[in-house]
Design a protein around this ligand. Structure first.
Ligand SMILES: Nc1ncnc2c1ncn2[C@@H]1O[C@H](COP(=O)(O)OP(=O)(O)OP(=O)(O)O)[C@@H](O)[C@H]1O
Ligand SMILES: [Mg+2]
Length: 221
């Protein structure tokens, strides 16, 4: 269970303070598929990064399964991020110098899992997603849709309980978008908690609940 209470985020620039999140309250139970919907600049990525422990709130409380995240050391947060949370980024963030198979299991390397096990896990994912034929390709040789699916596999490599996806279809055509949404649906049906960010209401409707964020605040549930 994810519980956010009065989350605020302020960026401090040279002469300017930007209040990006202005008191967000949100609870997501395990097994939910929540879509956070809002226009560009409304604070969606900022909120998702806080949930994914990539960034920290300026104020407010965040409990993950009852554990107060603000009380954890960086190392403990990194371990949670690595073992329990999968993150699909708005801009893929794949490593260009590595091939597909190597990219998929990057998180397993951080977790100290042996090369043999890593390759086995990558093969499983490539089979499950019917992308076996791409395993030796380099990232620059892939289409956008393929890159997005590889980045989803990477997020799944550690078998996370929670999958966070920031505009996972942002750069895709409607056919590839549909494929990605079907993957997310399938994962959710198997029990994974999913939080997806989008500015497209038609995609948000795939979720079991839509949260509307506007100007750093949740405006309706
Ligand atoms: N490091 C930063 N310093 C100052 N302002 C920032 C910083 N990061 C983000 N912002 C501002 O915070 C606001 C929200 O940004 P955020 O990336 O969360 O929006 P978003 O809803 O994800 O938008 P998009 O749909 O375009 O991805 C924006 O106005 C942005 O300019
Ligand atoms: Mg964003």
């Amino acid at each position: 269970m994810i519980e956010l209470m009065n989350i605020r985020k302020t960026y401090y620039g040279k002469d300017i303070e930007t209040n990006v999140l202005k008191g967000v309250n949100l609870t997501v139970a395990s097994g939910e598929f929540v879509c956070i919907y809002g226009s560009s600049g409304s604070g969606k990525s900022t909120l998702l990064n806080i949930i994914g422990l990539i960034d920290q709130a300026s104020e407010g409380e965040y409990l993950l399964d009852g554990v107060d995240i603000n009380q954890l050391k960086d190392k403990q947060k990194a371990a949670i991020r690595n073992q329990r949370i999968g993150f699909v980024f708005q801009a893929y963030h794949l490593i260009q110098e590595m091939n597909v198979l190597e990219n998929i299991v990057v998180p397993l390397g951080y977790a100290g899992i042996s090369k043999k096990e890593r390759i086995k896990r990558a093969q499983e994912l490539l089979n499950e997603f019917h992308m076996e034929h791409l395993k030796s390709k380099h990232i620059s040789q892939l289409s956008g849709g393929e890159q997005q699916r590889i980045s989803i596999m990477r997020a799944l490599s550690n078998k996370p309980e929670i999958l966070l996806a920031d505009e996972p279809t942002g750069n895709l055509d409607s056919e590839n978008s549909k494929k990605v949404m079907e993957i997310l649906n399938h994962l959710n049906k198997k029990g994974m908690t999913i939080i997806m960010v989008t500015h497209d209401l038609s995609l948000a409707e795939y979720g079991s609940r839509i949260i509307h964020i506007e100007d750093g605040k949740i405006v309706e549930r």
